[in-house]
Design a protein around this ligand. Structure first.
Ligand SMILES: *Cc1c(COP(=O)(O)O)cnc(C)c1O
Length: 397
């Protein structure tokens, strides 16, 4: 069992602030600067080019992938880290489509994260004209999983509402009609227990700067099920996914296993930050984190309901149907979030009217939740959000 009263000290958090935005950017692990400094001075600085071999830089994406495996219920050798989530999604989706050459439909939902939809639409444009990205309302996904569908592409936890899909049930429906699945775990990994093996998922991707606290722009990851791993041809066939990159052959020949999903030179500094951030999970268990997250979330939802009836909760009440963030609808939500920020309570806003609060028990506790509720209540009750300065939209909301 994690001692949650101590885990908060693993992170650097600004004094007097309640950070409820780890669902967008996790806080910095305190030992991370030291670790990066060592990589800079002892590895890059001292070893220069030799560090690719001697400091293990070349194998690092695989090593980091191994650390991610247990967090998503993957067996060893099925996850690799690198690139961004958008790129990994492209890799996963295009590889999945190649496995179903006679089907032309990518099924997803209206309201899925825009980058996921843009990437899928871009891929459809690149392929021949018969391909289709079919978007349906959430409640009609099941009935639209037909034998036309090549790939069901969904995000497990909705970035706005926090609503969680039943990954296992939807994957089973897809497999029943011969379709494959690509799951985006951006708001799942590090927040809720994920078991891609039990759910029989074909491909999964996720990012590491949210609940895995690896820093802005940290590398993403990709998971490929064992039964596909040795058959797929990646679409982005970069040299580091080649069987023998340093043979410099003129034709591509995919590496064995998950290494074939590599593309180009890995970002060693970001990868090192990620490797360091993942060490936290040697001391933290996702089931403990999730249990505590449910407790804090219930406390938060109940407190807001009592003290601010003006806010309407859009996150499911039932714990099994949500991730680890809570969203409320309020027409002046943007201004409320700014007013909260001015008081050290950090959440964020998603257009047109959602206020989001991420709950991460590694550094959020019951006292934080009380303070957040009290501040939200004061701001709403006394209309403290009603100031021009709070209504001016910034680039990042
Ligand atoms: C955060 C998030 C992304 C971001 O993708 P990047 O390539 O890392 O910018 C994509 N999809 C979902 C569902 C997300 O929540």
């Amino acid at each position: 069992m994690i001692d949650f009263s101590k885990s908060k000290r693993w992170f650097q958090l600004p004094k007097d602030s309640i950070y409820l935005n780890g669902n967008s950017l996790g806080p910095m692990p305190k030992n991370l600067p030291h670790r990066l400094q060592r990589t800079l001075t002892d590895e890059w600085g001292e070893k220069l080019i030799a560090a690719w071999n001697d400091a293990g830089w070349m194998e690092q994406p695989l090593r980091v992938g191994e650390q991610i495996c247990p967090l998503i219920g993957a067996e060893s050798g099925q996850v690799i880290a690198g690139d961004t989530l958008s790129i990994q999604l492209f890799q996963a989706l295009s590889a999945a489509l190649n496995l179903r050459p006679n089907r032309k439909v990518i099924l997803s939902e209206i309201g899925n994260f825009p980058s996921d939809l843009y990437i899928a639409a871009g891929l459809v444009r690149l392929l021949d004209r018969d391909y289709e990205l079919r978007l349906v309302p959430t409640e009609e996904i099941s009935e639209n999983i037909s034998s036309e569908v090549a790939v069901l592409m969904l995000t497990e936890v909705d970035y706005r509402t926090g609503r969680r899909h039943n990954m296992q049930a939807l994957t089973r429906l897809a497999h029943d009609v011969g379709a494959l699945t690509v799951w985006d775990l951006a708001h799942s990994v590090g927040a809720i227990p994920v078991d891609v093996e039990a759910a029989n998922v074909d491909f999964a991707v996720g990012c590491t700067y949210k609940y895995l606290n690896a820093g802005p722009g940290a590398p993403a990851f990709i998971y490929v099920a064992e039964n596909h791993l040795h058959r797929i041809e990646p679409t982005l066939t970069g040299w580091l996914g080649h069987r023998a990159p340093f043979d410099f052959e003129q034709t591509y020949c995919a590496a064995n296993g998950i290494a074939r999903m590599r593309i180009g030179t890995p970002p060693v500094l970001e990868m090192t930050a990620l490797e360091c951030a993942l060490e936290i999970w040697q001391h933290a268990n996702i089931h403990d984190v999730y249990r505590k997250s449910c407790e804090l979330t219930e406390q938060f939802m109940a407190g807001v309901k009592t003290k601010c009836p003006e806010l309407s909760l859009v996150t499911p009440i039932n714990a099994s149907e949500r991730g680890s963030h809570v969203a409320f609808r309020f027409s002046e939500g943007y201004a409320v979030i700014q007013a909260l920020k001015a008081r050290g309570v950090i959440g964020d806003f998603r257009a047109p009217d959602l206020m989001r609060f991420g709950i991460a028990p590694l550094y959020n506790d019951a006292a934080d939740i009380v303070r957040a509720i009290d501040n939200i209540a004061e701001i709403i009750t006394n209309k403290l959000w009603d100031k021009a300065a709070y209504k001016k939209r910034q680039l990042v909301t």
